[in-house]
Design a protein around this ligand. Structure first.
Ligand SMILES: *Cc1c(COP(=O)(O)O)cnc(C)c1O
Length: 451
């Protein structure tokens, strides 16, 4: 009986799976925040290469992965699929638990799956430099890695408070050659406006996005790259689910439930979309997105048009949202603190094709602790949400005396998140109440889109 199911390098997928042609109904338009009219490719060309813009709206079900991208994917793909036998034993469950481990990438998460093709398409379009933002540092380090592989310059606006909280993520980015700028900074109008008002600002993801976009718009040699939420990012991540499906087939299995944590939705999309394709073809498979109770976008948000960022510079999309100026409590799963959600994941949830669930952080760290002691790998705080949900599904199977096959995505390792684990071990981890009042106030400020 196998514990680790590996695929040969030649089994790295040759195509990404694009779910757009299989969506339940047409996509809602994306709206330009200045004109309040649908975004056109011309609106996006100052910050994205044409190949990425085309992928954002493509109706092709299978999109070829460039050979140059597959060549770099080989450094860590196909990623391993594990059967979590020791965890199953610890739980005494009749369920089989499998996890797809994306922490084997050089940056330690699934994010390079999209950073690599984004850097590639920009290089191909003659771009010399990329600008982006990062919160906890996972995306910034992934893009820094990708830029170093393709010889691009990389500037990362890093939320100022994270620069002190996650200093090693900053070192990683610098090691890969990126220029890391604490945000808000003196380098952009957006940053200067914030500093004039509040010189000690801690910064936020919304402000950092505004700085990175302004940087990209103001320089012809520079584009912008986003690490989640957008359709092309979800597309690139589908290598996860495609490989997992093949690995499960080698083990003679197919999941009853597919689980992933959900921040902007990209690792969930990447894991679940290839299985949703089977579901559309009649297979019986549930897909479950897991989010923090303190930032419960899918479970407590509304399905509406909202801005992608706090500064109202990013496009307006139809999605589940808590309001663009909602400031989630400072939980340790920094990568899940986003007010909105991928439009594709949102539409699928609205149509009832996927499920969503939320957990508080202590419950997630407890699950991660049990996982680390049985399986060895220390999960990223974000991934611990998926671990929690998988354990709960397995415990339910035990209570019901039923067999069940569970697949979850372990989106990254937590080796640079020891501050969070220290806080958990010393009992200093706060469980935030569901911030109902703040969410209600924020939802009152949604844009009025009238098409
Ligand atoms: C960024 C991140 C997430 C959340 O992002 P998604 O786009 O929702 O996948 C989850 N896990 C890890 C390890 C991350 O770095």
């Amino acid at each position: 009986m196998q514990t680790k199911i590996l695929l040969d390098e030649s089994r790295i997928p040759t195509h990404w799976y694009n779910i757009i042609p299989d969506m339940p109904g047409p996509l809602a338009p994306v709206i330009n925040p200045r004109t309040l009219q649908p975004v056109t490719p011309d609106d996006l060309l100052p910050i994205f290469p044409m190949a990425i813009i085309e992928q954002e709206v493509s109706g092709e079900r299978w999109i070829p992965i460039p050979e140059e991208v597959r060549e770099i994917y080989r450094l860590w793909r196909p990623s391993p699929l594990y059967r979590a036998r020791r965890l199953e034993q610890a739980l005494g469950t009749p369920a089989k638990i499998y996890y797809k481990y994306e922490g084997v990438s050089p940056a330690g998460s699934h994010k390079p799956n999209s950073a690599i093709p984004q850097a590639f398409y920009n290089k191909q379009a003659g771009i010399r430099r990329l600008a982006t933002e990062t919160g906890a540092g996972q995306w910034g380090s992934s893009l820094a890695l990708a830029c170093s592989m393709f010889g691009l310059e990389c500037t990362v606006y890093m939320v100022k408070v994270s620069c002190t909280q996650k200093p090693y993520r900053k070192s990683m980015m610098q090691l890969w050659g990126a220029n890391v700028i604490p945000s808000p900074s003196e380098f952009t109008n957006a940053g200067r406006a914030i500093l004039a008002h509040d010189p000690d600002s801690n910064g936020s993801l919304g402000i950092a996005i505004s700085e990175a976009v302004e940087d990209a718009v103001s320089r012809p040699d520079t584009n912008y790259a986003l690490g989640s939420v957008l359709n092309h990012v979800c597309l690139h991540q589908t290598v996860i689910g495609q490989e997992a499906k093949e690995q499960l087939a080698l083990a003679g299995d197919y999941p009853d439930v597919v689980i992933a944590c959900c921040g902007g939705g990209s690792n969930f999309a990447g894991t679940a979309f290839p299985f949703l394709a089977d579901r559309a073809a009649g297979k019986n498979v549930r897909c479950l997105a897991v989010e923090p109770a303190s930032c419960p976008t899918l479970t407590k948000g509304v399905y509406a048009f909202d801005y992608g960022d706090t500064a109202k510079m990013a496009p307006i999309a139809m999605m589940y949202t808590l309001g663009h100026d909602f400031m989630p409590p400072g939980i340790h799963a920094g990568g899940l603190r986003y007010h909105g959600e991928s439009a594709l994941v949102s539409q699928l949830h609205h149509a009832g094709l996927i499920e969503a669930k939320s957990y508080r952080q202590n419950a997630c760290f407890e699950a991660a602790h049990l996982f680390a002691r049985s399986e060895g790998i220390v999960p990223a705080p974000e991934s611990s949400h998926a671990v929690r949900a998988a354990i709960d599904e397995a415990v339910l199977a035990k209570e019901e005396g039923k067999e069940k096959t569970i697949l979850f995505c372990l989106s990254g390792h937590g080796q640079l998140d020891m501050g969070a684990y220290d806080a958990y071990l010393s009992g200093g981890l706060e469980d935030f109440e569901y911030p109902e009042e703040m969410i209600r106030e924020s939802l009152a400020r949604l844009p009025k889109v009238d098409l």
